[in-house]
Design a protein around this ligand. Structure first.
Ligand code: C2E
Ligand code: CA
Ligand code: CA
Length: 405
């Protein structure tokens, strides 16, 4: 339990915190009034202000170990809510790294400015801010995030991102049914950066919308070229990943329609992949968008199925065509009965609800056979094919129209 609800009572006249003492908490004044007093060496203390209901006092102790810079005394009986340093540290640790860095920098600089202002009054000289500008290595995660977001933006503008395509195989006969488009980014300095790293960062910025639009258009155009080169008799599909922000953006439907019409694909050839989280976060708007997609003929797949915290009952609420069983269950199924039982339940559920299943992350022949025998219609994994650039996937598909497994 967080300790912000620890209540403390101070009687009128009582000192709540004393200048120079170590501080390990801040207070929110739930009720009462306090005065703040600062004492300079050799001088009489001066009152610099009062604070009342809902004000926070002693907050700087939460971010550093310097002594209290003022004495605070209760003017009336005060009821306080305590925020301990431990509680604050935990919250800060869980906060977004950029938010964390900004809070720490602002508060540290604030304290430093006060200290240096004091020194300057004494010796008419503003001392340099060396101390405070140290310690940014503590924030290396925040710096990495900002760097990646900035560099990704220019990569996107300069065509330095690309898409790989991973075949999705029909389990009944080993034929290639379609592909999943997966983003790739090779950074000049850091080399290859995994989408598992940059997508969550890009998601936090508004950039994901632009990235997704690009991926959608590019992968639809690629599918048209793949079809032309490979001359499959059946229609292939392209599965594209979308995030929560894409899904709730106003021009989502417009951009999907445009990508389909520009490339002259059939809507059924475009599969929209989203995670359970999107459905749980915004069920009503997600349902509306999914219904529009489905009405337009597109197919909807739930990615990483089984890893979310949703109840199965929500599946009835959304128009879903396919569930993609997460790789973690496939990896585990031969040694873990629960994973196997879960896969069996998902397969049964899909059959009952008339949904298709794609098993993800198949790496061995054995896994492929088990999943086929359990009734999975489609599969995707390194055992069949890794994600490949367009030319390679065309080559691969021409040579492996049907994969023996
Ligand atoms: P995901 O959508 O679950 O994509 C499948 C991931 O599993 C891909 O990783 C793929 O390379 C990997 N994979 C496929 N088969 C196997 C296998 O047999 N074994 C193992 N170990 N891995 C396999 P990748 O390409 O690194 O992408 C990671 C994640 O990044 C994706 O997971 C997806 O969440 C996200 N992502 C990738 N491209 C995009 C994109 O264009 N838009 C969005 N929103 N997210 C993307
Ligand atoms: Ca996916
Ligand atoms: Ca997945």
């Amino acid at each position: 339990m967080p300790q912000t609800d620890t209540k403390k009572i101070f009687k009128a006249g009582e000192i709540i915190m004393k200048q120079g003492d170590d501080g390990d908490c801040a207070f929110i004044i739930e009720d009462g009034l306090v005065e703040i007093e600062i004492e300079k060496e050799g001088q009489e203390p001066i009152v610099v202000g009062t604070r009342g209901k809902n004000a926070m006092i002693g907050e700087m102790a939460l971010v550093d170990n310097a002594p209290r810079t003022a004495t605070i005394r209760a003017l009336k009986d005060c009821k306080m809510l305590e925020i301990t340093k431990d509680d604050f540290s935990k919250r800060l640790k869980d906060a977004d790294p950029i938010l964390r860095m900004t809070i720490q920098v602002i508060l540290t600089r604030y304290r430093d400015t006060l200290t240096r202002a004091d020194i300057s009054k004494e010796n008419n000289n503003w001392p340099p801010a060396e101390q405070v500008e140290q310690g940014y290595s503590d924030h290396s995660d925040a710096i990495d995030i900002v760097r990646i977001a900035n560099e990704f933006q220019s990569a996107l503008n300069n065509d330095e991102t690309t898409l790989y395509y991973q075949p999705i195989v029909n389990m009944t006969d080993g034929s290639i049914a379609g592909f999943e488009a997966l983003m790739r980014w090779e950074n000049a300095e850091q080399g290859f950066i995994s989408p598992a790293v940059f997508i969550p960062i890009v998601e936090e910025t508004g950039l994901i919308l632009k990235a997704s639009q690009w991926a959608l258009k590019e992968s639809c155009a690629a599918l048209k070229r793949i079809e032309k080169e490979t001359k499959f008799k059946h229609k292939l599909f392209m599965s594209v990943n979308f995030t929560s922000d894409d899904f709730t953006s106003e021009d989502f439907m417009g951009s999907v329609y445009e990508a389909i019409s520009v490339t002259d694909l059939r809507p059924e050839q475009v599969h929209i992949e989203i995670t359970e989280r999107i459905l749980m976060d915004q069920p009503d708007s997600a349902r509306e968008t999914l219904e529009m997609c489905q009405k337009a003929g597109m197919s909807i797949a739930i990615d990483d199925f089984g890893t979310g915290y949703s109840s199965l009952s929500y599946l009835h609420y959304f128009p879903i065509d396919t569930l993609k069983i997460d790789r973690s269950f496939v990896v585990d199924m031969q040694k873990n009965d629960t994973s196997m039982a879960l896969i069996q339940s998902i397969v049964a559920l899909c059959k009952n609800m008339n949904m298709k299943i794609i098993a993800e992350g198949i790496e061995t022949k054995e896994e492929a056979h088990i999943l086929r025998d359990l009734g999975c219609e489609m599969a995707q994994g390194f055992y069949f094919a890794k994600p490949m650039p367009e030319e390679e996937v065309i080559d691969f598909s021409i040579k492996n129209k049907t994969i023996n497994f």
